[in-house]
Design a protein around this ligand. Structure first.
Ligand SMILES: [Zn+2]
Length: 428
């Protein structure tokens, strides 16, 4: 195994060869699923894919379509390609406010596929035999780090499960077992760091040398990444993926934005309003087709994630395209304030430059029918009183937007283990 690569040939294919490989795999996928998969047989009807132009004629798939299909044909819908007895793993999406989760099943083959995709993530982070990967995560039906847990064996690393523990116990468990890699949300890494500091433990002197994050965009936000790297004395890595889609991306040692696993997916970037491809390198919504999960496939699936794609080769040698700045935000998280598009992740990036800010909340409300923002800062004990003003000034400098900030008593805002909800819509 070449250092840093999971599959050296695949990861360095010329882009033209990569596109040929993808097209062939799309054709194989359609040949496999169309005779068996009710959902796609109905949706794709007589479509045939001989060229990329044909592929772009295929209709998009949305999350709500799958949810409706599962509601009409409970519990799993008509999207399973094979008889139910072929499936061995169950997961469901975390389910956003007001929406039912989507139930997702895997077969032995597709679970192996997930594990291989995670092989890319681990090798990108330089993880291999001798590493002990600690999961600071409560394992439940949400896929979270289940696939990561499974995938660690593809690179020969040991796994340390951290479910059913309080944060204090997790910290001790991680240190007692000399964990070398930490997997959790960026928020939870900061929570562990906060607790360690209170307990007088210097995490930068621990065996942790890499952290891998998912579930939130934080690890690609420079301010958040710097804070995690400083607290743990470790390299901070981002990972992108979705329960219904698979593990889509990983960062390499260059930290030049997550690479997309293009041998296992076809990615497109579209303008969410016109549904047309954006010009090369422009921002838009990520659309993905998984190539290795015929058992519950997704074709041209609209992720709702806003991204900017760079197809130039990376300094690491991989030709897989990269997401510049990671996931920039959710299309539906964007707030328009005085004509400017604002993403909560951009605000977080600035806030994390202030070590005095332990936690925060972004409030959105309307004032005289204008959308306004307000940021609540939960400071570390003993912070200076002018913190709110300094943060507000820096937000103004960086985002060119006046955002009032106010301090709340230390420890008064909620802490999160998973999928932090820091954006709150307030009714005034
Ligand atoms: Zn790279």
């Amino acid at each position: 195994m070449t250092l840093g690569f999971f599959d050296p040939i695949a990861e360095t294919l010329e882009r033209l060869q990569l596109r040929e490989l993808q097209l062939r795999r799309v054709q194989e996928l359609l040949a496999e699923i169309l005779p068996r998969n009710g959902f796609y047989a109905k949706k794709l009807g007589g479509h045939r894919v001989k060229t990329w132009d044909d592929f772009q004629e295929l209709p998009f798939t949305t999350k709500s379509e799958i949810a409706e299909d599962q509601e009409e044909n409970p519990p799993y819908g008509t999207i399973l390609t094979y008889p139910l007895e072929r499936y061995t793993r169950f997961h469901q999406t975390s389910g956003t406010t007001g929406k039912a989760p989507i139930r997702v099943l895997d077969t032995e083959e597709s679970w192996e596929w997930w594990a291989r995709c995670w092989g890319h993530v681990y090798r990108g982070a330089g993880v291999g035999p001798g590493d002990r990967v600690f999961f600071a995560f409560s394992f439940g039906p949400f896929i979270g780090f289940w696939a990561a847990y499974e995938g660690a064996r593809t690179v020969g690393a040991m796994t340390l499960p951290g479910g059913g523990m309080q944060t204090e116990q997790r910290l001790k468990f991680m240190l007692d077992n000399n964990a070398t890699v930490l997997c959790c949300t960026p928020t939870y890494a900061l929570r562990l760091a906060e607790l360690a500091e209170q307990a007088g433990v210097d995490l930068s002197g621990s065996a942790i040398r890499a952290t891998i994050h998912a579930g939130e965009p934080g690890a690609s936000v420079p301010g958040v990444r710097a804070r995690i790297e400083q607290a743990f004395g470790a390299r901070c890595h981002d990972h992108t993926g979705m329960t219904e889609l698979g593990a889509t991306g990983f960062t390499c040692q260059e930290q030049a934005g997550p690479h997309l696993i293009e041998t296992e997916f076809v990615f497109e970037v579209i303008d969410p309003s016109t549904l047309k491809p954006v010009p090369r390198g422009a921002q838009g919504e990520l659309v993905a087709t998984n190539l290795g999960r015929a058992s519950m496939p997704l074709i041209r699936y609209r992720t709702g994630d806003l991204v900017q794609l760079d197809e130039t080769p990376c300094r690491c040698g991989r030709t897989f395209a990269r997401l510049i700045g990671g996931i920039l935000g959710r299309a539906d998280d964007m707030v328009v304030v005085r004509g400017m598009n604002v993403f909560p992740s951009a605000i977080e990036g600035v806030l994390r430059e202030f070590p005095e800010v332990s936690e925060f909340r972004i409030e959105v409300f309307s004032k005289r029918s204008m959308v306004e923002l307000n940021v609540l800062l939960d400071p570390r004990p003993g912070s200076e009183d002018d913190l709110a003003m300094r943060v507000s000034n820096r937000l103004n400098d960086r985002l060119l937007l006046r955002v009032p900030c106010e301090l709340v008593p230390p420890g008064s805002l909620p802490r999160f283990d998973l999928k932090a909800q820091r954006l709150v819509h307030r009714d005034d």
